[in-house]
Design a protein around this ligand. Structure first.
Ligand SMILES: [Zn+2]
Length: 158
């Protein structure tokens, strides 16, 4: 086989193939008169051939990445599940931000009697989000009520 050169660019922990994009957002590499998805090619060069019913998954969800530690063989079902997980976590992040408004954050800051879990439930966000608001780590531009800091009591106990 002729020598194959794959130009890459580093992006975070990923090495992104700069070859031409083929189907489904994967780049493709030319092998003689055939084309193959670049990540699949790289995986097979390093790990030996895999059967046609297996796919090469991107553990980093970056379809153009060819960094070997980010590649793993799996079934089509695994691959679909990877995408579902990726979309779920992406939309989860967006929702977490979209759901809260200045007004809601102000309300949260005034509800001293409630636990983080109760407020998380009430506003449809994670407990961590509430914790960070109360701690003043996020939504810093909202003025905190002067009286009674809800987190202070908890800290003094421990
Ligand atoms: Zn990667």
């Amino acid at each position: 086989m002729d020598k194959v050169t794959i130009p890459v660019k580093q992006e975070g922990e990923c090495y992104i193939s700069l070859l031409k994009e083929g189907m489904e957002g994967y780049t493709r590499v030319r092998l003689g008169d055939k084309y193959m998805a670049t990540h699949r090619f790289v995986y097979q060069v390093l790990n030996g051939e895999i059967s046609d019913d297996l796919v090469v998954r991107h553990l980093c969800n970056n379809r153009k990445c060819i960094y070997p530690p980010h590649l793993a063989a799996g079934t089509h079902a695994d691959n679909v599940q990877d995408r579902v997980n990726a979309e779920r976590s992406a939309s989860g992040r967006n929702n977490g931000r979209a759901k809260l408004t200045n007004t809601k954050v102000k309300q949260i800051l005034h509800k001293h009697g409630k636990t983080n879990a109760e407020l998380a439930e009430e506003y449809g966000v994670s407990r961590k989000v509430i914790y960070c608001i109360r701690k003043g780590l996020t939504w810093k531009h909202i003025r905190r009520p002067k009286y009674s800091r809800p987190c202070k009591l908890i800290e003094e106990e421990s």
